[in-house]
Design a protein around this ligand. Structure first.
Ligand SMILES: Nc1ncnc2c1ncn2[C@@H]1O[C@H](COP(=O)(O)OP(=O)(O)OP(=O)(O)O)[C@@H](O)[C@H]1O
Length: 244
């Protein structure tokens, strides 16, 4: 029996109207199925449409045409409030610049998403945040402020925060972009492991082929067109970033 994908994009396009009333087609006919436990990478150069696609994958924007299904349910059928709750509960975001709250400890940062949870997750928020920080290897740094943590440690706090509500989909937008190569590789390995342990799907959007290579399925976004790629061949031929 085939498992139903967690997230499906069917013929998705996204266009905007420019000030001169012409139409800019940013995303063109995108088909993508993301299953529970998948790790997908999407590479693309600047301006290829990565952020636009991320906003669709993250249940933030609507396609211009085509459909997005989450758990087999078309998103256009959901009210704004239901969609917001689904995003809060089921989608975790990780960004290049960590986006931690300054002046709040690592533990408080990780607890923040649980303030919007209900029931057990809300009442157990401190213990759940402690468990998550432990899983990313920061049990000794729970009381530290972000500005006292290294870049790699800050990104591990951000990973703990993204995963603390046990989302089923994790979107990582240039997660290693602000880290040196070695720290970036360690952080990606950790992210891959904790996502897998949680049974979540992980989508990594990056311009870096080495980061993309860590995923199990690889895609390239080029002028709004998404196509599968053989990332190992791309690495072997050492194509420069501009040719992604
Ligand atoms: N609302 C908008 N109005 C006009 N043009 C837009 C709008 N949103 C995006 N674009 C254009 O669409 C293209 C894709 O934008 P997008 O931000 O998705 O690219 P990107 O791949 O994320 O780029 P980068 O890696 O530089 O952030 C760009 O040329 C951008 O200027």
């Amino acid at each position: 029996m085939l498992l139903m994908p967690l997230l499906s994009l069917e013929g998705v396009t996204r266009s905007v109207e420019l000030p001169d009333f012409s139409q800019l087609d940013i995303l063109k006919g995108i088909d993508l199925d993301v299953a529970v436990g998948d790790h997908i990478s999407i590479v693309g150069r600047s301006g290829s449409g990565k952020s636009t696609l991320l906003n669709l994958l993250g249940l933030i924007d609507n396609p211009t045409t085509g459909r997005i299904l989450f758990d087999g349910e078309p998103l256009e059928k959901l009210s704004g409030g239901t969609r917001d709750r689904k995003r809060g509960r089921d989608v975790g975001f990780i960004f290049q610049q960590f986006n931690l709250l300054a002046g709040r400890t690592a533990l408080e940062n990780v607890m923040t998403p649980l303030l919007y949870a209900s029931g057990r997750q809300f009442w157990r928020r401190r213990a759940l945040a402690q468990e998550m920080l432990d899983r990313v290897g920061l049990s000794e740094r729970m009381a530290s402020m972000p500005d006292k943590l290294s870049g790699g440690e800050q990104q591990r706090v951000a990973i703990a925060r993204a995963l603390v509500r046990s989302p089923r989909l994790i979107l990582a937008d240039e997660p290693t972009g602000a880290l040196d190569v070695e720290t970036g590789a360690t952080v990606m390995e950790l992210l891959d492991n904790v996502a897998e342990q949680s049974g979540a799907a992980l989508i990594t959007i990056t311009h870096d082929p080495n980061v993309a290579a860590l995923a199990r399925r690889h895609y390239r976004l080029d002028h709004g067109v998404l196509s599968p790629i053989d990332v190992n061949r791309m690495l072997a031929t050492s194509l420069p970033e501009a040719s992604l």
